[in-house]
Ligand binder design. Structure first.
Ligand code: ZN
Length: 81
């Protein structure tokens, strides 16, 4: 089974930075699918979770996903507290 580390090994630097920001905020990786989708779980009491695409087809994905996370979860840009 694919792990997050396996999936991230071939990811772009923008995607690696996205996952680093998630890690700083305490998000935990759940299921990783064979097509590089990762279920990410927010540590807050509301238990936000979102699928992250580790190998998106477009460069716009990373910026769009950041704004989606900011709208739907307690994601903070830059990963700060
Ligand atoms: Zn949350």
């Amino acid at each position: 089974m694919l792990t997050l580390d396996d999936a991230l090994a071939g990811a772009s630097s923008a995607i690696k930075a996205l996952f680093e920001d998630a890690d700083k905020q305490g998000w935990e990786a759940g299921r990783v699918t064979a097509d590089y989708q990762v279920r990410m779980h927010c540590p807050c009491p509301r238990q936000h979770n979102q699928w992250f695409d580790v190998r998106p087809e477009t460069h716009e994905y990373e910026a769009r996903h950041r704004s989606l996370l900011a709208q739907r979860t307690c994601w903070r840009e830059g990963g700060g507290e």
